[in-house]
Structure formats: structure tokens, C-alpha cells
Design a protein around this ligand. Sequence first.
Ligand code: ZN
Length: 322
Amino acid sequence: MSFPPRFLDELRACLSLADVVGRRVKLVRRGREFIGLCPFHKEKTPSFNVVEDKGFYHCFGCGVHGDVIGFTMQMESLSFPEAVTALAAQANLEVPAPSREERERAVRLASVEDAVEAASRFFAQALATPEGREARAYLERRGLDEATIGRFKLGYAPDQRDALKRALIKDFPEPLLIEAGLLRRPEGGGDSFDYFRGRVIFPIGNRGGRTIAFGGRVLGEGQPKYLNSPDTPLFEKGRVLYGWAAARAIDLPDLDITLIGIPTKANPLGVKGSGQAGAIGAPQTVISAILNALAPLGVTHIDMPATPERVWQAIQKAKTPA
Ligand code: ZN
């Protein structure tokens, strides 16, 4: 959903950035600015500045920067439309009704979401079949138990040309499956085929926990080692903040997490977790959450101890595999 620029300007003008930020961050006035402890990285001396008359904030510690909408998106992990809608409610502004085009797009998006959801179920089921045995063994070696596998909807994409396609084509038109990043067409033309084949599947979720894309790690020696869904209407690699959920999860006071990610022969993914995670469950769950979120990105190492800041650095440093 898009909003008329005039409406967005009005929204920004109606809201005091310092008020909105001030609800989440203790701000102190300093001249024409406000400063406080950055909510996006851990610090003891304030480097988070709010420039009220220009309507932006900036952190000299971690470099975050944005306006009132950006702050709300980052702070509450909302999408752009979600943030705008929430802020409009605060400002008592009516959100302009969507045009017919936008309504049609919304319907289409919903079908893409359904297709991705159906694919996620297919991958999860495939993991439980005899064909998924190698994938299950791989996850087991990583120390992921049944409960974790179920919770994060991990799956397996069978090593076949069109297993997923055959399963979904009854319910979804082919162009939609291509748009959803589930099928691809050969460059030279011909029948479309499964985008993920012979891979362990890590769903990439949005804030609401809905699957919007997948990361797939190859079993065996194939290339690339990690493959992500292509850009789709639900998933734009440049914009989705991978690991957002995980980074939030570990951004809890007194959460002591150790995450070591140097692959060795004995430990192919090189993952070991320890620590206390009382607030959000067993340590294994936390580690799994982080891994689940970061593995598709190819993050293999996070400096110790794995503070939220370091997780961010690792996310930012990691190159998205082609
Ligand atoms: Zn910061």
C-alpha cells in the first residue's frame, strides 16, 4: 500500500519526533536537540540525537538515522504501511482510502502469501518423509531437536525438478508461483521448475511470524551453499531486516549468549550455544532463533559475547549469496 506524499508530509508535520521517540527513550534537551541512550545499540553514554526541527534522529554510535516513520518501523519492527497507519492513529489523521489499483495489488499479495505458506507446509512435510532423512540428520548434527524444527518450520526441498510445483499447481497458477519465488523459468525457455531443490529450508519470517521467503542450505557439495528466495512482492532482500526477530530476542537484559560459528569437519555449521535465556526459553531455542535468521545470510561468525550490536555487525557484514 502506498500513501500520497502530501499525506505523509502532513503526518510528519503533525507529530513531534521528540514526543514519539520520548515514549521509548529518555531524552534530555541539549540546545536545539535532544539526546538519549540509543535504543538500537547498547551504550552507556548517550549518542542518540533527535533533531526536532529537522524531524530526524541520528545515532553517532551505530549510525541509525531516520524520521518519525523510520523510528516507528525500527522500534516496533513494523512495515512502512503499518508504521504509517499506527502514527496516523496517534495523530488523529485519516489514512487515505486505497485506490482500486492498490486494492487489486493487496488481493494479489494475499495470494502470494498463501502460496508461500503452502510451500512452507510442503517443505515441512517433506522433511518428515524418508526422502528428508539426510536433511533431518543435518539438522540433528546442528543440535536442533524436533520441537525447534517444528517451531521454526524448518523443512526440506526434495532433490527433484518439480516436486513442489506438482504439489502446488493444483491450487495456484504458475505465474503466481513464479512471482512468489517458488518456481523459476529456465533462461532459454521451457517448463518452470522448483527454485529450491535438495536443500534444507529455513523460512524467513516477517515480524508477525508469517513466512515471506526461504533460505535454503544445500546438502552435500552443491553451489551456492546458501540460496535465498529471489526478490518477490513480499520479500525484498535489500529491505527485509534479516534476523530482526533474533536480534530483538537477544536484546534482553542479562541474556548471556555465546555463539560460535566457525565450521569444522566435526561440526559442519560450527554452532555451539550456551548461556542463559530464561526470559525467552531454553538457550537452544535462542541459538536456533539466531541461526535460523542468520544462516540464510551466510553469517558464520559473531564475535563474543554475542551482544545485539555484534549480531547487527555480523548481519551487516554478511554478503547475501547470489
Ligand atoms: Zn545507536
